[in-house]
Design a protein around this ligand. Structure first.
Ligand code: ADE
Length: 226
């Protein structure tokens, strides 16, 4: 899959795209992430991407033109399944949305900034608005990074162990069971005996029971959606 991220702060995402799980996915040829500086699509010598809002409101607003030019340039090269805008008033990002987006071919993520973007962009070019939580960030870059990470890591082959991403917390609307590694006894803190028993069927039952118990205790709301 291919993700094109439009931002006024590409430097903020460069390290992330080239170092994290995204770098690994790209090396394996399983995903492509491209960063685009919206200022490259301006036409004035100051490379302005924002202006004052009509109506005398406070703050600055991202203008239509650079965003429209950037999205049009990308769409001229290939088809896109979604043009996503990161916004605190969008639908709340979760594992289901990550799963859904990971099945897409090409997506654009537009990072919001300043007070917002000219509403005509939202009406005419954006297909989906997504929030990563009920709080306001200074810009959409961190939201784009969160989404790209969650989307790309579940593409088959990106995480080493194929089963690993599928058994993640939240994949079945359940938290994961506790997990342990060697030594079996650390300062008297013991790994549950069942995990050392070698009895695969019993271990599976234990895992399901633990997963359910942790979900009921820590995130009972998830069980309402089962
Ligand atoms: N931009 C600002 N706040 C945001 C949020 N919570 N989610 C997505 N994009 C944002």
């Amino acid at each position: 899959m291919r993700i094109d991220i439009l931002t006024v702060l590409p430097a903020m995402l460069e390290g992330f795209v080239n170092e994290s799980i995204l770098a690994r996915a790209q090396k394996k040829g399983l995903a492509e992430i491209h960063l685009h500086n919206l200022r490259d699509y301006t036409t004035d010598k100051w490379r302005r991407v924002d202006d004052y809002p009509y109506g005398g409101f406070a703050g600055m607003v991202m203008q239509c033109e650079p965003i429209d030019r950037a999205i049009s340039a990308l769409k001229a090269e290939r088809d896109y399944d979604e043009v996503i805008f990161t916004s605190p008033d969008g639908e709340q990002f979760d594992q289901h949305i990550a799963n859904d987006l990971s099945l897409k071919g090409n997506i654009i993520i537009l990072c919001g900034h300043y007070k917002g973007i000219d509403h005509r962009i939202r009406e005419h070019l954006i297909t989906r608005e997504i929030s990563i939580g009920d709080y306001v960030l200074t810009g959409g870059e961190l939201a784009a990074a969160v989404m790209a990470d969650a989307i790309v890591r579940i593409i088959p082959g990106v995480v080493g162990d194929e089963q690993s991403a599928l058994s993640d917390c939240f994949q079945d609307n359940m938290l994961s069971a506790p997990i342990y590694t060697r030594p079996a006894d650390y300062k008297g803190w013991k790994v549950p005996d069942i995990l050392l028993s070698g009895n695969e069927a019993k271990i599976k039952d234990w895992e399901i029971e633990q997963s359910y118990e942790r979900t009921r205790r820590l995130r009972p709301d998830l069980l309402d959606n089962l």
